[in-house]
Design a protein. Structure first.
Lengths: 466, 335
């Protein structure tokens, strides 16, 4: 079930109503049932995957916690790692491994590849990368003794499947969510104001900005050969806006939805395109994933301790894995690699900006890296990305006839201005200080934009495919 | 009380916007995404409406002597009647039924020719990725406030399955829908696997596969497209419309030479089933299945219903005969 769909508009108020009508002790059961319904609505067969992942991690964590012997703890952790990464490997990476790694090495026949394609003909389970990482984080926390495991398997199942953040995050920590999911929440109008504002603004930037930009981005990226240099640069910039508004919009709706139930999810974005460095960018972009990698990969690998070489290796691993997490394609590996390389270079070569002109220069350089890296992220394969880049520098084409809605510059402008204005704070806190007339006029305006100017061709949230 | 004032303010704001919105932005949106809605508003008062998909269009080939549409050739036979066509590529009875709903209220048009495209009953068309935009456009065929329709379209209040999901549904249908032949021709997937044209890379093999995928199915009352035609039939009865169903010509010759009698017998059987079903409830069904020979099909590398001017004229003539009979029946019934 998509957030920007009619079924969700019916589902969410129904769950909210039921949640507050029922006594506190049974509310979490309603949330669990709602979460399974939410996920099963997409494709009921994939519920088995989330149940399997939940079951394995529940027992793995119990084994880790109850065992005195280190070997048993390690067996528990290995169970969790193998099952979660195995699920990911099977559903997400097997096609890529066969086509891009095994085939070039041993040379499969066309018939064998054809047969493989007909066997591997299924839709990637939505959100698999998110919930597997969330449960992995849980077992790792239990392994390091940071948290005690949940005793009740059904309560643990709710942590894994909690519907507001199930399919695309934010990837939550058990310690943050456990207490909130089961504590008594009284009906509070403030929760609704807070959640409602985030949902409304999230829908606006997803449906009016991302979905209106996407047809132009698709056109430029699908017809790279026919686009002029300027159009390719424009397409690259628009993709940066698209992916940000798409994922940021989704995250706001997720956070707002959880807020309706009194739950605080972590922020996922904070004006990333205002960053003065790649390091800062990653503290503002997809925060729940970058902190996940920091806590569960970078630090266990040794972090920055152990000298410069060790740091290079650890940072490279983190960024390459982060690239691969996004998708099974060399383009994502290059995207991660570019960010990793820039991060390391910046760490050693670039001084901290002191004056405003230098800050501007740093910002421009950071954005150049971020946006050029988006070309790899968006391209179908490496050849396409390289063609895109070379045509961007020197294209002979007269250009495409780009068809866009006249209101689009206004929508993008509004989004950019609001993003700058709400840097380091939220639209919710700003609205809370405004008069009733202003607040409700803003709601009306957002509703008007959503109903009248949402993108005609809806695209699923980009991060659903990851 | 305070909340009530806020909601009233919001409602008033949205009401005002709904009044202003159609004057500024709505028509441009419809022109791009739901053009058939605008077409209908312009032609509601014609005498005969021809509903079809891309089969109505001329091929654009330089060899064509007459580049007019099939519907215009039909109109040639009825110079006193005002003819109009509503055509959109990939359209089918489900969409035509939604369009016809718009003629129920205040339109003068009471006579319709509705295309019956045999391929549109098969899984490939039923689960086509082109279905999503068609369904989105159909949201606007409902008589609701413009802003509400736009909102419903934005929130996907229609069958919005993704390309991948539709691809899986197609494959499942090809794997599981039973055909009345012995194995391996008892389902589409297995049948395609044993075709005689060698490797799957051979163009002939690919075309044979396509013919099987497009026409190898057995029609029954559960077919969604049959249900759509049933809906049209019911509407026609309720509104006392004259409706002619036009079964389009398919390239049976190529189907026979590439795949063989099993497939062509299935095509004939399905067509006869349609004729029998709708004639039995009083409709005129024009059966053009084998009216056009191979040379008059303009697409040679995929099964389509695209014809040159000669092919279009042959079909138009048969439709004209069917329409004359249907109108005579209507007059007799009215008297």
């Amino acid at each position: 079930m998509l957030f920007n769909s009619l079924p969700f508009l019916i589902f969410l108020p129904s769950v909210v109503l039921l949640y507050y009508l029922l006594p506190h002790r049974s509310r979490w059961v309603v949330m669990l049932a709602a979460s399974y319904f939410f996920y099963g609505y997409w494709k009921i067969e994939y519920l088995t995957l989330i149940v399997a992942s939940t079951t394995v991690d529940y027992f793995a964590a119990r084994l880790i916690y109850s065992s005195e012997a280190v070997i048993k703890k390690r067996i528990g952790l290995a169970m969790s790692l193998l099952s979660n990464l195995g699920l990911l490997a099977f559903f997400k990476y097997s096609g890529w491994v066969v086509e891009d790694i095994i085939d070039p090495i041993i040379g499969l026949s066309e018939g064998q590849l054809h047969q493989f394609h007909s066997l591997w003909d299924f839709v990637l389970p939505v959100g698999i990368s998110f919930y597997t990482f969330q449960t992995l984080g849980y077992t790792i926390d239990v392994y390091y003794g940071k948290t005690a495991p949940e005793r009740n398997p059904l309560k643990f199942a709710l942590f894994v499947s909690y519907f507001p953040q199930l399919v695309a995050g934010p990837i939550e920590r058990f310690s943050n969510l456990q207490r909130q999911l089961f504590e008594k929440v009284d009906f509070d109008y403030e929760h609704f104001q807070h959640g409602g504002r985030l949902i409304l603004y999230g829908l606006f930037i997803k449906m009016c900005v991302a979905d209106n930009v996407s047809p132009i981005v698709d056109q430029v990226f699908n017809q790279t050969e026919d686009a002029s240099s300027l159009q390719l640069i424009f397409g690259m910039l628009l993709f940066g806006i698209q992916i940000y508004s798409d994922f940021h919009g989704y995250s706001l709706i997720a956070i707002g939805t959880a807020r309706l139930f009194g739950v605080h999810l972590m922020d996922n974005f904070n004006a990333p395109y205002t960053s003065l460095s790649i390091r800062e960018f990653w503290s503002r972009w997809h925060i729940s994933l970058s902190t996940w990698f920091r806590d569960y990969l970078f630090i266990p690998l040794g972090g920055s301790r152990g000298g410069r070489m060790k740091l290079v290796v650890n940072i490279s691993i983190v960024f390459l894995v982060s690239g691969l997490w996004h998708g099974a394609n060399w383009t994502f590996v290059v995207w991660g690699g570019l960010h990793g390389a820039a991060y390391l270079l910046e760490r050693w070569m670039a001084p901290n900006p002191s004056s405003n002109p230098i800050k501007m220069l740093r910002w421009a350089l950071t954005m150049c890296i971020v946006f050029v890296a988006w070309i790899f992220f968006r391209s179908a394969d490496l050849t396409h990305a390289i063609d895109f880049l070379s045509n961007m520098v020197s294209s002979d084409s007269k250009g495409l006839n780009l068809n866009w809605d006249p209101i689009l510059p206004t929508l993008i402008g509004l989004f950019i201005l609001s993003d700058l204005y709400f840097r380091d704070r939220s639209i919710h806190s700003w609205l809370a200080t405004q008069s009733t007339l202003v607040r409700w006029s803003v709601y009306g305006l957002l509703l008007f934009f959503i109903s009248g100017f949402a993108g005609a061709v809806q695209h699923p949230f980009i991060y659903f495919q990851f | 009380m305070k909340l009530l004032i806020k909601i009233t303010w919001l409602t008033a704001l949205l009401f005002l916007i709904n009044l202003l919105y159609p004057r500024f932005a709505f028509e441009a949106f419809l022109a791009e995404h739901a053009d058939q809605y605008l077409q209908v508003q312009k032609i509601k008062n014609c005498d005969v409406i021809y509903l079809s998909a891309s089969s109505n269009f001329a091929s654009g080939l330089p060899t064509e002597k007459d580049p007019r549409k099939l519907s215009q050739f039909v109109a040639d036979h009825f110079p006193k009647l005002r003819f109009e066509a509503i055509n959109q590529p990939a359209s089918h009875a489900g969409i035509h039924a939604d369009i016809l709903e718009m003629f129920r209220a205040d339109a003068e048009a009471k006579t319709f020719i509705v295309t019956m495209n045999l391929r549109s009953f098969g899984p490939d068309w039923i689960h086509s990725e082109l279905e999503t935009p068609l369904r989105q456009a159909a949201v606007f065929y409902n008589n609701r406030p413009p802003l509400l329709n736009r909102l419903l379209a934005s929130f996907r209040a229609y069958d919005d399955r993704s390309t991948e999901e539709r691809h899986v549904l197609r494959r499942e249908a090809w794997d599981n829908q039973a055909l009345p032949f012995d194995a391996p021709r008892n389902n589409v997937t297995d049948w395609c696997a044993v075709e005689k044209w060698g490797d799957w890379r051979d163009p002939k093999r690919q075309l044979a596969d396509q013919f099987i995928k497009q026409y190898a199915f057995v029609l029954n009352e559960e077919n969604p497209r049959v249900k759509d035609f049933d809906r049209i039939a019911k509407m026609a009865e309720e509104e006392a419309w004259t409706v002619v169903f036009n079964i389009l010509a398919e390239n049976v010759e190529t189907a026979d030479s590439l795949v063989g009698k099993d497939l062509t017998s299935l095509m004939r059987r399905n067509t006869e089933w349609l004729v029998a079903r709708y004639e039995s409830i009083g409709f005129v069904v024009v059966n053009n299945l084998e009216s056009v020979s191979h040379e008059h099909f303009t697409d040679k590398d995929f099964p389509t219903e695209h014809y040159d001017d000669v092919g279009r004229k042959i079909i138009a003539k048969n439709v004209a005969v069917g329409l004359s009979i249907a109108m005579a029946n209507r007059r007799a019934h009215d008297h």
